[in-house]
Design a protein around this ligand. Structure first.
Ligand code: FE2
Ligand code: FE2
Ligand code: FE2
Length: 326
């Protein structure tokens, strides 16, 4: 992560916000992946903020969602200031042991708290942004304490060596597992692609809220699919990953860094074939899968993507009805 200490000009402010944004994209992805790689309702801890016995996996997902909201806040401000929100991400990692992932997550939180809290704004230059940065930093302080409590609980239970789910080698030959990986990657990419347009059209609330709804549906599908992968004896993959001899995975580009479409028409024209392609993949997968429960879940995803396609097609047709609409 790059550092920027003193913020005087609009350019400095956009730079700081984009550095933060690239970090937030990476962690929202990384924490969710870490959570999806561990068992549900197995490791509980006493949450120091909520004062409640909490499932470490569920809370790690919740923290990932907090990070996505940070990204959204930062992206909207960047767009409103006339900057271009970055979709590049910092590096992400996954260790074979759950404990090592939590250690990294806590370390990341402390590092980003420092980035936010050490930014020096010239007095009176960007008061609202300065305030936002402080507010985000205290979410990071909370996250750090929560990860710390998760680690302490795992240590106490003697679960320090507990491993993440692994992919069964025979799954490499199974068409349905490989197709589900492909679909899951597309769901994540579409979730971010829709978010780009939410940022782009933040002024047009009717359009941005419809696109946001679709983005959230893709997030839910991504979440459910990662559970289905575990049922199939697999685990969610990270794109472009390099695995070292200790099984530690590192990726510099865990998801697409750019998405097409720059205005109302080109955006909507881009989304329609993307949804059609995803629908075709779900139809294929449903025909391959035999287990009833998995099939039914996939059918729900397919149905919502049909709804997205309907919405996107009408957004495009309606946009074309009005001359000069940008
Ligand atoms: Fe964050
Ligand atoms: Fe955080
Ligand atoms: Fe969709």
């Amino acid at each position: 992560m790059e550092e920027i200490k003193t913020i005087k000009t609009q350019e400095d402010a956009i730079k700081l916000l984009n550095i933060a944004l690239e970090h937030e994209w990476a962690v929202s992805f990384e924490y969710t992946i870490h959570a999806y790689s561990m068992p549900k309702a197995k490791f509980f801890y006493e949450d120091p903020i909520m004062k409640h016995r909490t499932d470490a996996r569920a809370q790690t997902i919740q923290i990932g969602i907090d990070e996505m909201y940070h990204a959204l806040q930062l992206g909207i401000i960047i767009a409103q200031m006339g900057g271009i929100p970055s979709f590049k991400t910092d590096q992400v990692m996954r260790y074979p042991k759950i404990m090592d992932n939590l250690k990294r997550d806590k370390m990341t939180e402390d590092m980003v708290t420092d980035l936010y809290q050490s930014a020096e704004f010239e007095e009176g230059a960007f008061p609202k942004i300065e305030n936002m940065v402080w507010n985000i930093s205290y979410d990071e302080v909370r996250h750090s304490r929560q990860f710390e409590a998760m680690m302490a609980a795992m240590k106490k239970e003697g679960a320090e060596e507990a491993l993440c789910f692994q992919s069964r080698p025979e799954n490499r030959e199974k068409e349905e597992v490989q197709l589900l990986h492909e679909i899951t990657r597309s769901e994540n990419a579409l979730l971010h692609q829709y978010l780009k347009y939410v940022l782009l059209f933040s002024e047009h609330q009717d359009l941005s809220q419809r696109l946001f709804k679709n983005s959230i549906d893709h997030m839910r599908h991504w979440d459910k699919n990662s559970g289905l992968l575990i049922k199939m004896g697999d685990v969610i993959q990270i794109e472009n990953t390099v695995k070292d001899k200790n099984g530690v995975e590192t990726s510099q580009s865990p998801m697409p860094a750019a998405y097409p479409g720059e205005d109302r028409l080109t955006v909507l024209e881009t989304l329609i074939p993307a949804e059609e392609e995803l629908i075709a993949k779900y139809e294929k997968l449903i025909s391959l899968v035999e287990e009833k429960e998995i099939k039914e879940q996939l059918e729900l995803h397919l149905a919502l993507n049909q709804e997205h396609l309907f919405t996107d097609e009408w957004l495009l047709k309606n946009a074309k009805k009005i001359k000069g609409l940008k």
